[in-house]
Ligand binder design. Structure first.
Ligand code: ADP
Ligand code: ZN
Length: 217
């Protein structure tokens, strides 16, 4: 399947994407993971992105489009992809549309995962992330803590609160979302690609997506 996952920070895009990859071999492409990996590795991209990310601001469109143009042409994308955290602005969505048309790739749909703001806030403040750039496993201090406090179950690296998950940075990220990313809902509605799911459980989101894809296939 070839999907865009839309939704506020904390809506569960990453979790849903990971579950969907298990269904049909589609790959998850998270621009946030790619950028955090680059920051952890200290690459040129990481150096350019770091300050924007720490402040909860978006990284400039040009940087993101450069990453995605390469990524979408890698062979593993042929089986399908789940775009998680991209596009994030109208210019990104417009450039993606042109890019996909040039590559001869057709999207199935853009799924808007709609979760109430209080749930989002609670999730983000309790979220913890593995500090290993190659792992980035996600935990939650309330609902899904690592077996040993502060240690990643998967790789043993320290599990930390992301720099952009302080209360101040979170509220800034949500503002940025409302201002820059929420307009994509209208964009994909106009494209005839929008599906909205207002579900707070990832399994319910997966089921709704499968049902819709089954119906159109
Ligand atoms: P979130 O949990 O906010 O959805 P992500 O992991 O998707 O977080 O992104 C973390 C940060 O990486 C964002 O706050 C932003 O600075 C940057 N980022 C990720 N994807 C994009 C994008 N498509 N365009 C611009 N900046 C991005
Ligand atoms: Zn880990």
């Amino acid at each position: 399947m070839k999907l865009i996952l839309l939704g506020a920070p904390g809506a569960g895009k990453g979790t849903v994407a990971k579950l969907l990859t298990k269904l049909d071999g589609s790959v998850q492409i998270s621009t946030g993971d790619i950028l955090r990996g680059a920051v952890a590795a200290g690459t040129e991209l990481g150096k350019q992105a770091q300050a924007f990310m720490a402040a909860g601001d978006l990284v400039p469109d040009e940087l993101i489009m450069g990453i995605m143009e390469k990524r979408l042409q890698e062979p593993d994308c042929e089986n399908g992809f789940l775009l998680d955290g991209f596009p994030r602005t109208i210019p990104q969505a417009e450039q993606l549309k042109t890019m996909l048309a040039n590559l001869g790739i057709e999207l199935d749909m853009a799924v808007n995962i709609d979760v109430p703001r209080d749930v989002i806030l609670d999730r983000l403040t309790t979220r913890r992330t593995c500090s290993n750039g190659d792992c980035q496993a996600i935990y939650n201090v309330k609902s899904n803590p690592p077996k040993e406090e502060g240690v990643c179950d998967k790789c043993g690296s320290p599990v930390i609160q992301r720099e952009d998950e302080t209360e101040e940075a979170i509220s800034h990220r949500l503002e940025t979302y409302n201002e820059k990313t929420a307009p994509l809902i209208g964009f994909y509605e106009n494209e005839g690609l929008l599906m909205t799911v207002d579900a707070t459980s990832s399994d319910a989101v997966i089921n709704a997506i499968q049902e819709r894809l089954g119906a159109t296939a």
